[in-house]
Design a protein around this ligand. Structure first.
Ligand SMILES: NC(=O)c1ccc[n+]([C@@H]2O[C@H](COP(=O)([O-])OP(=O)(O)OC[C@H]3O[C@@H](n4cnc5c(N)ncnc54)[C@H](OP(=O)(O)O)[C@@H]3O)[C@@H](O)[C@H]2O)c1
Length: 420
């Protein structure tokens, strides 16, 4: 059945009642590939909430890199795990704002009609790690809308009740759909994993990207000094507006990147090392010292430079590997200078709640480059795949305009012009 994207904001059911089917952007295993082809619009059954689950009407959805990976089927296909084998489809989308539409058995903190932001971590209530260590350590831990289906690129989504956070009243549906995954990840990396302090110096790769725009703002809010790495001066100006001390345009240091060629050719590796050294010196010049923390997610291309650049006893915190996940570096710079490498992945519900509070207080703001209609889901992911975006892209689902849902004065999202 052809799905009419212009009708997604219209519903003919009242809160508390679910329609039988809904419009959803669906990836199926047989069409994994470029995002523009992998996502197809389908009419799908609406799920019922189980115990401690909630069905949320999606008002707006945020776009993240994880569903570029889901489209491509790389580094592994999502269809092998989570609830995908049960349902056979992937409805992606790990960020949303919306309205609680139906609650399952046992849910007491939330009721039909509540306006919410959704964080993307799921874990089973029965796993002991959830109750004493960290839900991120639970064997059942999954990222909703990536490792599970029923994500936010649909009229309704199914989540665990613990994923809900109050929607800030000063932010529109679109603004509040745009930050959860990347902002909460950056919050855990800097605030908890690195215990960032006022006065710390921080180097942030991809500082105008989804994680970077929040890492920069968190540094500013905590009194730390951020230097961002970007690939254009336009992006550099954006991050200075967000509070970075300054930026480095990585195109001036192209030779520092790890590539297949300089991995196997000692002469080329010497030139790469020289490039890394020059980059480290530039960072030191800007900050007056080497960084206490390097905020990593680029991976293979930048990791040797990160380990070299961080201060003795400093921390390289890493949550991703856009350029490749087989990392190599000269370990002497790690042990001789007693540096640490810290892995980090999303955040727990408590961290999400604390970070969301900073949003409600206007101390950290969403950064939106573009808002698209529901039809824009494949295109938005394609742009991200090609690194042609800046900040975050949001998708209108139940909301019909960018300002809908903002009830109080206060700073909304920072609108960043698209460029790159
Ligand atoms: N584990 C987690 O919980 C978690 C959470 C969020 C994201 N991630 C992962 O982290 C990565 C970044 O996510 P994001 O949302 O920030 O993505 P993004 O919006 O695409 O931003 C990443 C930035 O990295 C820079 N970059 C890309 N390729 C590069 C290269 N070869 N060398 C140097 N810089 C490069 C680009 O900035 P410039 O071109 O301006 O330098 C880009 O804007 C992704 O792989 C994502 O899957 C993991």
């Amino acid at each position: 059945m052809a799905v009419d994207t212009s009708a997604v904001a219209k519903l003919d059911v009242e809160p508390g009642t679910l329609p039988e089917t809904m419009a959803a952007w669906v990836i199926r295993q047989e069409r994994e590939g470029e995002p523009k082809d992998a996502f197809q619009l389908e009419q799908i059954e609406v799920p019922e909430p189980g115990a401690f689950e909630v069905i949320v009407r999606v008002m707006a959805a945020g776009v993240n890199f994880n569903n570029v990976w889901a489209s491509l089927g790389e580094p592994v296909s999502v269809f092998g795990y989570g609830d995908h084998p049960e349902f056979g489809h992937h409805i992606g989308g790990s960020d949303a704002s919306g309205v609680v539409w139906k609650v399952g058995e046992g849910v007491t903190r939330w009721k039909v009609g509540d306006e919410v932001v959704i964080h993307c971590n799921q874990a089973s209530y029965e796993d002991v790690e959830v109750h004493g260590l960290d839900p991120m350590a639970a064997p059942s831990q999954r990222i909703w809308g990536y490792e599970t289906t029923w994500g936010s690129f649909a009229q309704f989504t199914k989540v665990q009740a613990q994923q809900l956070l109050p929607k800030p009243r000063n932010l529109s549906w679109v603004d509040s759909s745009s930050y959860g995954l990347t902002y909460f990840t950056a919050y855990r990396m800097l605030m908890d994993q690195c215990n960032m302090q006022a006065g710390d110096n921080v180097l942030i790769w991809g500082a105008a990207g989804g994680l970077g725009v929040f890492a920069v703002q968190l540094c500013k809010a905590a009194g730390a000094n951020a230097v961002g790495v970007v690939s254009s001066d336009e992006k550099g100006e954006l991050i200075k507006k967000l509070g970075a001390v300054d930026y480095v345009n990585r195109n001036e240091f192209r030779e520092m990147m790890r590539t297949d060629d300089n991995l196997t050719d000692p002469a080329a590796d010497k030139a790469r090392f020289k490039g890394s050294r020059a980059f480290s010196n530039r960072v030191k010049e800007i900050l007056g010292d080497a960084p206490d923390i390097v905020f990593e997610h680029v991976g293979r291309a930048t990791f040797p430079t990160s380990v070299l650049t961080v201060k003795p006893f400093g921390k390289v915190v890493i949550c991703g590997a856009t350029s490749g996940y087989q990392l190599d570096f000269d370990v002497r710079y790690l042990w001789m200078k007693q540096k640490q490498i810290i892995g980090s992945h999303f955040a727990n519900a408590y961290e999400c709640m604390r970070a969301n509070q900073l949003m409600a207080e206007g101390k950290v703001r969403p950064v939106l480059s573009e808002t698209m209609g529901f039809e824009g889901v494949p295109h938005a992911h394609q742009l991200m795949h090609e690194n042609k975006h800046m900040g975050k892209i949001a998708i209108l689902v139940g909301a019909e305009s960018e300002d809908e849902g903002k009830y109080e004065d206060g700073p909304g999202a920072i609108r960043a012009e698209v460029g790159a």
